[in-house]
Write a protein that binds this ligand. Structure first.
Ligand code: BES
Ligand code: MN
Ligand code: ZN
Length: 498
């Protein structure tokens, strides 16, 4: 079950060297032999960063670390120097990762209180967000089902030297961090422990705690809604499908706001591929095929705490994609809620089928702007690798707003093409469209498929297949879920509510 973290973040006017703590993190910018402390502790520690650079021990390369015990002139017992890379490349993405790498280094070193200071190089609130979210994210461990040798965190308190009143920015950052953590906890759960009904139950419990409205539509209600595309995918599983709907509404009665954000997240709790069965190697990773849905749940939890002036509705279709006697066959034709028919040429292209019905439903709920997040295609990983989320959109202004939110929130996202070049590749001789195109451009044809269900509503599709899961241990994160999407989507909702 969910692990309640006692970690507390507090802000202080006190300079870093005066803060009493088990350990301090000092951010350092790279500069050849002349590294510079990104904060004012450097002078008091007699140019420690410079000395270490000159000796060749520490050059402040991004995410590199060097630990000093009983640092002169500081009240902290230890000082961890954390490299931020060059000042010229300073960004919220890189600072977030540097902060995470710092806490990963100290996480199992018995540190209960941690002090740090914000580096220069960016606006104060942006730096605060990156440092807070970076440290909080780095505290995550996926070992919830170990009965021995759990890597428990000792962290209780983080004290940040931060001038002026930044409490609102701190509250936003901790809400995002908490939402992202909840998303990762859900994504980490294996298929047997988190089938669709259990995902719904867990989401309902989290929503109740956060004061969010949660409606769970069961199989018979989904049938009444004639969501044939979703139901086709769910057919062979003994686990029934659910459609989870989360609603956040702003407090003020005067919210005659015209914009209404709709967040649609793919939640395939396990993707075997169905009759178009996946190869065995690495199939276990398909437990994270619900990361898009989890990102939307985490985002909604954060929004419930931040309370922006904008109605937001999340629609999360959840199914298990299994082979079996009742399974959908390649060549089957299904009728989506929109009325459009689909020839299912490959049962492993299931995410787009459940999203088609969920996007239609989100529009019916009154959403004026849509974003979906989905671990949709291996092809996007071929195209962009594992650092960038692919962004597809039918509306330039909307995708620019989303990419700006990603930049501010500190997530890597990259625009990808969409258009009739791809749409025509989905032509079917028997139905309105097929669910797959030819071999090449698979991330783009998947997005083009979804576009058929959004009409003119501004919509952006985030293909997070490469970014939702760390397959290798990183300086900033263990193997496991990343929580990709949560910071950006919260930032987008905030930007829309201004
Ligand atoms: N869930 C997968 C995509 C995926 C791949 C997610 C790797 C995370 C990591 C999706 O349902 C899928 O199977 N896509 C197919 C589509 C193909 C059949 C057109 C794929 O990418 O191979
Ligand atoms: Mn699949
Ligand atoms: Zn899938």
């Amino acid at each position: 079950m969910i692990d309640e973290r006692p970690m507390q973040f507090t802000l202080t006017d006190t300079a870093l060297q005066q803060i009493e703590a088990d350990a301090a993190i000092g951010f350092v910018y790279e500069g050849g032999d002349d590294c510079t402390a990104a904060t004012d502790w450097n002078e008091l520690t007699a140019g420690l960063a410079r000395e270490l650079a000159e000796s060749g021990e520490f050059r402040a390369k991004h995410q590199s670390t060097s630990l000093v015990h009983r640092p002169a002139g500081m009240r902290a017992g230890r000082l961890l120097l954390v490299g931020c890379g060059t000042h010229a490349k300073a960004s919220t993405v890189r600072l977030r990762e540097a902060a995470s790498a710092g806490w990963r280094r100290l996480r199992t070193a018995g540190v209960r209180s941690l002090a740090t200071a914000l580096p220069d190089g960016m606006a104060r609130d942006d730096a605060l967000m990156a440092v807070v979210e970076g440290i909080a994210a780095a505290d995550y461990e996926p070992d919830v089902h170990k009965t021995e040798d759990k890597q428990a965190s000792s962290l209780e308190r983080v004290i940040i030297a931060c001038p002026g009143d930044a409490q609102a920015a701190l509250d936003r950052a901790t809400a995002v961090a908490q939402g992202q953590l909840r998303a990762r906890e859900l994504v980490n759960e294996p298929g047997n422990l988190l089938p669709p009904p259990e995902l719904a139950a867990r989401t309902a419990a989290l929503a109740a705690e956060a004061g969010l409205e949660c409606e769970v539509l069961d199989e018979s209600q989904i049938e009444e809604l004639r969501m044939g595309a979703l139901l086709g995918v769910a057919r062979a599983s003994v686990e029934p499908p659910v459609l989870i709907v989360l609603r956040y509404r702003p407090d003020g009665s005067g919210s005659d706001a015209k914009a209404h954000l709709g967040l649609v997240g793919k939640a395939v709790t396990f993707d075997t591929g169905g009759i178009s069965l996946k190869p065995a190697a690495d199939m276990h990773l398909m437990k994270h095929d619900m990361a898009g849905g989890a990102a939307m749940i985490g985002t909604m939890l954060a929004l419930a705490s931040i309370r922006p002036e904008l109605p937001v509705t999340a629609v999360i279709p959840s199914v298990e994609n299994m082979p079996g006697g009742a399974a959908q066959r390649p060549g089957d034709v299904v009728t989506s809620r929109s009325g459009k028919t689909v020839e299912v040429l490959n049962t492993d292209a299931e995410g787009r089928l459940i999203l088609a019905d969920a996007l239609t439903y989100a529009k019916e709920q009154g959403c004026t702007h849509l974003v979906d997040a989905a671990t949709l295609t291996g092809a996007v990983v071929v195209a962009l690798g594992t650092d960038y989320t692919g962004v597809f959109s039918n509306n330039d202004a909307w995708s620019e707003q989303l990419l700006a939110a990603a930049g501010k929130a500190g997530e890597r996202m990259w625009p990808m093409p969409l258009g009739e070049e791809y749409t025509k590749l989905l032509e079917s001789p028997i139905a309105d469209m097929a669910n797959i195109g030819p071999r090449w451009g698979g991330a783009c044809t998947a997005a083009a498929f979804l576009e058929n269900f959004v009409g003119d509503t501004p919509w952006a599709h985030l293909d997070i297949a490469g970014t939702a899961w760390y397959e290798k241990k990183m300086p900033h994160a263990p193997v496991g879920p990343s929580g990709a999407g949560v910071p950006t989507l919260v930032q987008l909702a905030l930007a829309m509510s201004h």
